[in-house]
Design a protein around this ligand. Structure first.
Ligand code: SF4
Length: 316
């Protein structure tokens, strides 16, 4: 009988929300469980789960390094490269949706993390709406007790037709249900939406649906990204075949303005600071709405492209 070698976990590259730049990046998964979004670089990626023992070993290595400066030869250099400048306060669980990690294993890793690195103040992770819907509020509360202090979810759009077409795998009502669950569990919630995802054809529906979902969820943080067509993704191919008409930069600013006007928040930090956007605005909604809108309106009224981030400086 031939012995099958255990598969080694492939450590993913670091993709993280901008606000996690100071975090230690601890991979639990690689890829994304919902790999069907036609605009996303994770499209077609294969989900891999890390053995919890391997994650615990990494936590041990980091704890030893922080306490005594000792580096173990068996531990990959990247662990020490990340741990070196780390302030010990925040941990970001990789990858595309670490909340898909089976619940008992996630609890096990978080308990261990709290024990070995007690000074960690907040753990964050990406989560798909499906991952959230799979968990009960009580389970999410348990994760919060173990310092899961923020979840990041891509809503992308609230337009049901577009959600289906881009392979998001959930309806706008399910996005709302997932968002409310996170809020009911008391976990700060950060969401992103994608300007231009409806193209020219569905811009109106995209704005109206997204504002409805944002209002119903009332997240703590909302970020607007601007659609970037990534070669190798189905949406890029649709565009190449003339089946998708992207917005112009100024049309995407119109969407940004309309979303800020039509979303009702209690107190949300709203930003378009992400590198994919043509214009960066940030502030609290509703408090700063007038100021933020006037920044966008000024650029729209001028129609001056030099006031926008140049195409070559836009990033994913
Ligand atoms: S769920 Fe998020 S990370 Fe996964 S493929 Fe869709 S957009 Fe990409």
């Amino acid at each position: 009988m031939t012995e099958t070698k255990p598969k080694t976990f492939r450590r993913p590259g670091i993709i993280r929300p901008p606000s996690e730049w100071r975090s230690y990046f601890l991979p639990l998964t690689a890829g994304c469980s919902n790999n069907t979004c036609t605009f996303c670089g994770y499209y077609g990626s294969k989900l891999e789960m890390r053995d919890p023992e391997e994650a615990r070993n990494e936590i041990d290595a980091v704890a030893l390094f922080l306490r005594r400066g000792i580096r173990l030869s068996a531990v990959p250099d990247v662990v020490y490269a990340v741990a070196q400048g780390w302030d010990g306060k925040r941990v970001f669980l990789q990858d595309g949706d670490a909340l898909v990690y089976p619940f008992p294993r996630l609890v096990d890793v978080l308990v261990y993390l709290n024990e070995k690195l007690p000074h960690v103040e907040r753990v964050g992770a990406y989560a798909t709406p499906q991952d959230i819907l799979r968990r009960s509020v009580a389970e999410l509360q348990e994760l919060r007790r173990l310092k899961l202090g923020i979840l990041y979810t891509g809503l992308e759009t609230g337009d049901d037709e577009r959600l289906e077409k881009v392979g998001k795998g959930v309806s706008s009502d399910q996005l709302i249900e997932a968002g409310r669950k996170v809020k009911d569990a008391g976990i700060p919630f950060s969401v992103t939406v994608i300007l231009g995802l409806g193209g020219v054809e569905r811009s109106k529906e995209h704005v109206a649906g997204t504002a409805r979902v944002l209002t119903a969820i009332d997240p703590d943080y909302a970020g607007a990204l601007t659609l970037t067509l990534v070669p190798g993704t189905p949406l890029y191919d649709e565009w190449q075949r003339g089946e998708f008409s992207p917005l112009s930069p100024l049309q995407s600013l119109q969407e940004l303005k309309a979303m800020m006007e039509n979303s009702d928040f209690t107190d949300c930090f709203f930003s378009s600071m992400h590198a994919s956007n043509y214009l960066s605005v940030r502030g609290r909604l509703p408090q700063d709405r007038a100021k933020m809108l006037s920044q966008v309106e000024r650029v729209l009224a001028s129609g001056d492209p030099s006031l926008l981030r140049p195409e070559h400086l836009r990033g994913l």
